[in-house]
Design a protein around this ligand. Sequence first.
Ligand SMILES: [Zn+2]
Length: 419
Amino acid sequence: MSVERADAGPELLLKGGHVVDPGNGLNAPLDVAVAGGKVVRVGPNLPTADAAKVIDVTGYYVTPGVIDMHAHVATSHRRSHLPVPPELHTFTCCVTTVADAGTVGWKDFLAFKEEVIDRSKIRIFAYVNIVGQGMVGAPEQDVGEMSPRLAAAIALEYPDVVVGIKAAHYWTREPFDDAHPIWASVDRAVEAGELCHKPVMVDFWPRPPERPYPDLILKHLRPGDIHTHVFAQQFPVLDERGKVSEFMYGARERGVIFDLGHGAGSFWFRNAVPAIQQGFVPDSISTDLHTGSINGPVFDMLTCMNKMLNMGVPLEDVIARSTVAPAREIGHPDLGTLSVGSDADVAVLKLETGSFPYVDCGRAKLIGHRQLRCALTLRAGQIVYNRDGLGLPEWQDAPDPYWWDPGQKRSTRPQSRVE
Ligand SMILES: [Zn+2]
């Protein structure tokens, strides 16, 4: 049957849009054809005659589905106050892949996989927390909870789902001694990363002179490891003259990755705008979406992308840093593109102009003039969000409404119902 389907033409044709697919170097008016949940063709003026369904997306951008590589969606972990349902504020932003950034550690991973990851329509990856109990407060300060061997074992057991190891929320307090080493969370996470050959994502609070930020990115992290929350207030991204600090470039040269990880407290325009104006743009854009950030100042992934756009990052670059770049960082370079044969995770976006305020974590705002808005989201070829009713008829042209048949005690759906 599937061969017949393919021979018969695409199941869905997105027609007339402007494709931005940085992974394939595409930025042009192109159509996208989908069948069997995969992208089957991208090209100019694709024929409509053999397509089962054609959606006119004239005036819209068509991009790969967005990847948010730092969120908290492990709702199975009831002792953590952070997680939000994975399909909340994601499909509405054209997000089709999300990575949970260490809400759970090795002790609770299996429940997360079975109760959330395996049951969700959105694709979910996970960073395993180096702390066995994950993000639950006090145990995050307990070095005895940090097991490189057990965290790595989970990563090796579930290589398709685990994308790295997370270290976070290790504040350190006096005294620093063998029971409470000041670099414990970072170094143990890196040790786990070595054991499972995965990158480490670090949420960090510097504490000079014993634990200065440059040491994190120049000495402790390895190439491919990720510092998330790059524009938080506590990082000396800018030197006293307001210039991007030399060690930021030094770390980037070493291959350390800088991720936005907006969060409830980790994005300040006062760091971000000068850095971006000087050309220092985070390698990837991510939300750190959780219960404490979802009602602001994060809101969602598109708001984070729009902040980048309105600080002067070109549109194509914003898309790249939300698709193909995070795909690479999480070790899945097959994702984040519209390559033929890949899962048809597709974003249809509208670029609007006007006056749009964006707020940061430092009680400041930036008034922007452009806004990307998600109009339609495809996940593996299925429409999971259709804000603009694309492909639907206007109501006057719609088929008869559902008919309630009292004799049959059931309603019948019109044959020509369009999803
Ligand atoms: Zn986080």
